[in-house]
Write a protein that binds this ligand. Structure first.
Ligand SMILES: Cc1cc2nc3c(=O)[nH]c(=O)nc-3n(C[C@H](O)[C@H](O)[C@H](O)COP(=O)(O)OP(=O)(O)OC[C@H]3O[C@@H](n4cnc5c(N)ncnc54)[C@H](O)[C@@H]3O)c2cc1C
Length: 238
């Protein structure tokens, strides 16, 4: 297998055109490749500056999870800090987690930040939305978002060999239309994302508004945790 390490977006585009398979830390692909055979060519973005950004409002896809610190919003930092073991976090990347893993602990955080992914297509880099990246498994270069007023993340304890633990991510944003709270919930392997205005409503009113969305169809234990997280993130504002 030839491993390409492009240092510019145009070089990465050439690698793509030549059929190079994207690779992050290889924590997931390695076992499959050993079992099924290695591709002729793979491409890591670890030398591409655009994929190594780590800023208050941007994160590159080649950044390894253990590097994600308090430069980014709390929800994203805490999401990265709960993935697997320290050994996994020292190797696994943002791109491998969001595009390539089935658990995607970073996805609820990215959804509540309303993060916009930049991907590389045959005609160059462009911005799209997370749903399209997941559906089409685009080559992810990075994510951008606006800093929220407050955010929070909770992952329930996982039972060894059990189903994926519940994840609830929250973020409060202020924009031209006022203040609103976004929540994303991973229940099993499914992730849903909803929002409710929170200009003058109490935590109970915001939670009640969320109950009228798909959040209301979650199991009662999950809805209780959503209510607690909503109350917690709104309390952190006062
Ligand atoms: C012991 C263990 C525990 C784990 N626990 C958790 C957990 O609690 N939560 C969780 O979310 N995950 C968990 N994972 C999964 C972990 O997050 C993934 O292993 C990791 O995210 C994959 O990252 P990687 O960089 O190694 O990807 P790789 O293994 O290199 O690639 C995985 C897939 O992603 C694709 N890919 C990589 N980079 C990009 C990119 N930039 N654009 C498009 N596609 C790309 C590859 O082509 C491949 O298909 C665990 C894994 C292990 C081994």
């Amino acid at each position: 297998m030839l491993l390409r390490l492009p240092t510019s977006v145009s070089e990465a585009q050439e690698c793509m055109a030549e059929g190079a398979v994207p690779i992050g830390g290889a924590t997931l692909v390695w076992a499959a490749w050993q079992r099924d055979g290695f591709p002729a060519m793979a491409m890591s973005l670890r030398d591409l500056p655009e994929a190594n950004v780590l800023e208050p409002e941007a994160l590159g896809s080649a950044v390894v999870l253990h590097r994600i610190d308090d430069r980014v919003p709390e929800v994203l930092r805490r999401a990265a800090g709960t993935v697997g073991t320290g050994a996994v976090r020292r190797t696994a990347t943002v791109g491998g987690n969001i595009v390539g893993s089935s658990l995607r602990c970073l996805l609820p955080a990215a959804l509540v930040l309303d993060a916009r992914p930049t991907v590389l297509g045959p005609d160059g880099a462009y911005e799209t939305d997370l749903a399209e990246v997941l559906a089409k498994r685009h080559l992810l270069l990075g994510l951008r978002w606006r800093t929220p007023v407050a955010s929070g993340y909770r992952k329930q304890p996982a039972e060894a060999g059990g189903p994926p633990p519940l994840v609830v991510a929250t973020a409060v944003h202020t924009d031209d239309e006022g203040r609103h709270l976004r929540v994303a919930v991973r229940d099993g392997y499914e992730v849903l994302s909803e929002s409710a205005p929170c200009d003058d409503g109490s935590a109970e009113q915001v939670a009640a508004a969320l109950e009228r969305t798909d959040v209301g169809a979650l199991p009662s234990g999950a809805r209780d945790i959503v209510r607690e997280q909503v109350a917690g993130v709104l309390a952190s504002l006062s």
